[in-house]
Ligand binder design. Structure first.
Ligand SMILES: *[C@@H]1O[C@H](CO)[C@@H](O)[C@H](O)[C@H]1NC(C)=O
Ligand SMILES: *[C@@H]1O[C@H](CO)[C@@H](O)[C@H](O)[C@H]1NC(C)=O
Ligand SMILES: *[C@@H]1O[C@H](CO)[C@@H](O)[C@H](O)[C@H]1NC(C)=O
Length: 310
């Protein structure tokens, strides 16, 4: 990883521990939450980005949210993630994270799980929250965005044309470092995981539902919301230990182990990120996407990525 990032991680630590009692990480207001009985609805609303980028703001807010959800006194039993951006559920990671000069209030590695890079730890933690987690997807979700939804227990989407799934890291010369390929292999099978993760294709909601990438695709947004909220409310009346205990068993057989995730996903990408060709591709991507903002290439990456290889 970048030396600059490492230095920043060390500088950030005293600050993190100084604010015990308050949220552990800075708050940016990119997650709007509303709770109804045991259901917490979380709207991902990254006002720092036009594509709901998975950047330091969202990561910081998500870490604080996870800490609340892990607290023993929480009465949240189901968490529903949705997006305020109708074109993007989560665009992808902020690729500037991997470039020299990137600054963040977040440590590079999770201070509490030192083998894991911060965003990898975030997603790992989501997989083992005691609550049931549901991604209610409208808009594109690529790269770590797809890893985010794969880390949730369930995925439902609308069939709007803006809904596109893509595990696109291979096209950058790297791999899905938070385990996206591993989760896909468990979920859609080995051959399809290879097909989609190696080709960086955009997959529409109907196809995704047919192959099991998502649970169900709904033809309208209203039908999606109605189904997800009814499902969430149904689960939320059950005892929390029943939800958590059921997750433990399903996780045990359907998730990569911690060690495999770290060794064969995260540490693999860490070894590739600094390569000159990868760094050059990130620079090219930033330029071609108009600084990772809403742009033809962000909208149609799967269709148009060929222009980056001319
Ligand atoms: C690029 O976009 C980020 C928001 O994602 C913004 O903070 C930054 O100022 C932009 N940089 C340029 C050069 O436009
Ligand atoms: C997203 O945040 C902005 C700025 O705070 C706010 O105006 C907007 O209503 C929010 N959108 C949703 C859907 O919550
Ligand atoms: C992940 O969960 C662990 C507890 O298992 C906690 O110590 C750590 O702070 C969490 N990290 C993030 C980034 O959520």
């Amino acid at each position: 990883m970048q030396r600059g990032l490492l230095r920043f991680a060390v500088l950030a630590l005293p600050y993190l521990f100084a604010i015990a009692g308050a949220a552990r990480y800075p708050s940016y207001g990119t997650l709007q939450t509303t709770q109804t009985d045991g259901v917490l609805n979380v709207v991902i609303n990254n006002t720092y980005s036009t594509i709901n980028l998975f950047d330091k703001h969202v990561q910081s807010d998500l870490a604080n949210l996870i800490e609340e959800l892990q607290a023993p006194d929480t009465d949240v039993r189901v968490v529903v993630f949705s997006s305020a951006n109708e074109e993007f559920f989560i665009g992808h990671i902020d690729v500037k994270y991997f470039l020299p000069g990137y600054e963040s209030p977040l440590p590079l590695f999770d201070p509490f799980i030192p083998q894991m890079l911060f965003p990898v730890s975030l997603l790992w933690n989501i997989t083992q929250l005691p609550q049931a987690t549901i991604a209610m997807i409208e808009g594109r979700t690529r790269g770590i965005g797809n890893e985010f939804i794969m880390s949730c227990d369930m995925r439902f989407a609308s069939e709007a044309p803006s809904v596109l799934f893509n595990q696109f890291e291979a096209s950058f010369g790297v791999n899905p470092g938070a385990g996206g390929g591993m989760y896909l292999a468990h979920t859609i099978g080995r051959a399809r995981a290879f097909e989609y993760a190696l080709s960086a294709q955009d997959v529409d909601a109907r196809t995704a539902a047919r192959i099991g990438w998502i649970n169900t695709a709904f033809d309208t947004s209203a039908a999606l919301h109605q189904h997800v909220q009814a499902l969430a409310a149904r689960i939320a009346v059950f005892e929390p230990m029943g939800i958590a205990a059921t997750k433990t068993g399903i996780n045990a057989v359907s998730r990569p182990t911690f060690d495999v995730l770290v060794r064969d996903a995260q540490n693999v990408i860490s070894g590739l990120l600094g390569m000159p060709s990868v760094q050059a591709f990130f620079e090219k991507f930033i330029e071609a996407t108009h600084n990772q903002s809403i742009s033809p290439l962000e909208l149609n990456y799967g269709r148009d990525l060929g222009e980056l290889f001319k």
